[in-house]
Write a protein that binds this ligand. Sequence first.
Ligand SMILES: [Zn+2]
Length: 230
Amino acid sequence: MLIKRAWDSFLSLLFPDICIACENVLINQEFFICTACNYHLPINDHHVVQRNAAYQRLLGKSEIDMAWSYLSFTKNSRTQKLIHSLKYHRAFKVGEIFGIKLGKQILASHYYTEIDLIVPIPIHKSKLRNRSYNQSDFIAQGLAIAIGKPINNTDLVRLINTQSQTEKGRLDRYDNVLDVFGCINTESFKGKHILLVDDVLTTGATMAAAANTLLEACDCKVSVATLAIA
Ligand SMILES: [Zn+2]
């Protein structure tokens, strides 16, 4: 045990862990983000405001029940670096830990009504082959730990592959956004209050398309949780 600890210390001298937001070397007890960056994260108050920015973003696009986005997302911000590390550098723990924080905030919401099922927004199977994971699965895992509800990441599927940079334009051009996602087993969602999960809420087009697919196909309620809102 002592030898292992000494070896770990030796390794950390050679390859120190660095903060994913500012790249300063992490000190004892700090895990993937330094204390200063963690303190300065722009945490939203969506749990106390029912018609918050996330909810408003989806107004007129989808008949969702409730919405929460944990952090504010701006260009070159700590939030962007955090999400980038989850999305492209396999920082799975970031998804899980911030999913737990988001889940605790959801449970503390003044207007919370019970969620039955957590559904991460799926990525297209060709993208999954290239990237090997869907970042939203890890956020969903954190939410499942905090809320204590199961995840279904198999029965809502993405039928059309969209590129992230051009997603806004392409999705907005679809006259029938219901074509983007499909429900392969409506029974899984029937009568349930579903929490749809994604990393960032931007125009809301992707989220609304997924929510509308579920609302059209199944007799269900849909609420929305994202790690950040741009
Ligand atoms: Zn930092």
